[in-house]
Design a protein around this ligand. Sequence first.
Ligand code: ZN
Length: 445
Amino acid sequence: MNGPSTAGPSTAGPSMTGKEMHELVTRLYPLCRSITGDGVRATLDVIGEHLPLRVHEVPTGTPVLDWHVPREWNIRDAYVRDPAGRKVIDFTASNLHVVGYSVPVSATMPLRELRPRLHTLPAQPALVPYRTSYWSEDWGFCLSQETLDGLEEGDYEVVIDSTLADGHLTYAEHVVPGGEEEVLISCHVCHPSLANDNLAGVAVAVELARRLGEAGRAGEAGRRYTYRFLFAPGTIGSITWLARNRQAAGRIRHGLVLACAGDAGALTYKRSRRGEAEIDRAVAYVLESSGRPHRTLDFSPYGYDERQYCSPGFNLPVGCLTRSTYASYPEYHTSADEPGFVLPESLEDTAQTCWEVFQVLEADRRYTNLSPYGEPQLGRRGLYGALGGRSDTQQAQLAMLWVLNLSDGDHTLLDVARRSGLPFASVVAAAESLREAGLVAEWTG
Ligand code: ZN
């Protein structure tokens, strides 16, 4: 199966609350995802219950940019039994216990021989680490330091019932139709039982797609951008997508990588490689004007799939929105990144922030003042005091003056909002009134 297949409902359902997003995280949590295999497919099946998905299967060995699609990995069971026959490490208790992409093993060996294969976190002795070995054939187990310290010398039975064989890499897209230019929302689906790093971003992306679907039914014709949601394994998945979608990549005007989207930390935005792209300015504006605690970081070629989208050949305007950042919190890539570490209110806050960013992207435009010599007489056109009696009259008039003054082709409405300190929505409304009155026109370059 090489071509795309479709799964799921024909349209997205109603939007989800933070609690429902959290339920999705909890439901997806036990699945043993990796960069390929049935765990990814099962994850996409669940997402497909919420959104129509186009699922792509790319065969092992397919060249993708400087890489190739690896063999497909699947695992059914794995354990280690101590000399007394007790299972001291058990994959069925947590899929983190097996190093991802472990080759099959069935052996008995003394502890001293097994020990180099056992990965722990000595500084966090109660936690199990998350480890993978995608690109070199290997096997191993992960366990808590406390468990390791309790193991006695003797012969251990070691079983990993896995297969590493030619197969496919699986990823999925959900497209919300709009104008020709696109907004990309990308999240990785390759981590096994880790909640914040992986599933929180997935849940927020699902929610955003559903909200767009609802808004679409209200007025699809008016949507400026097409929104493309990509659910793909990290690194190799985005590389595969880029390799197969050069044309679609060229249509991306704005993009966000969503990850670590549900912990209690403040929102953090990492700018695109361009640094001053519209997405960078839109996210910064939404975060600043919201009064939310937040951080903004410059681009670095380290982190999530922005590394691929912002590689110099593509240099796409794609930033990365997280709460706590990549590899920065003690729960990161450990068994402590479980559903209890993800908060419904954080998921909702991340989704709402993205939603507000979408509103800015949809409405931000550049205008030309058609009457730039002196102020045009607004009263004669019914614009001065047109909103008489409303408490926001003064703000609306001020917004018109700002839009008129800065509509020189150099400034966008977002620039007007930032420079004036007025709400973006007021500036957009003012521009619309002025356009209707023939005082400004959309700038065409
Ligand atoms: Zn990760």
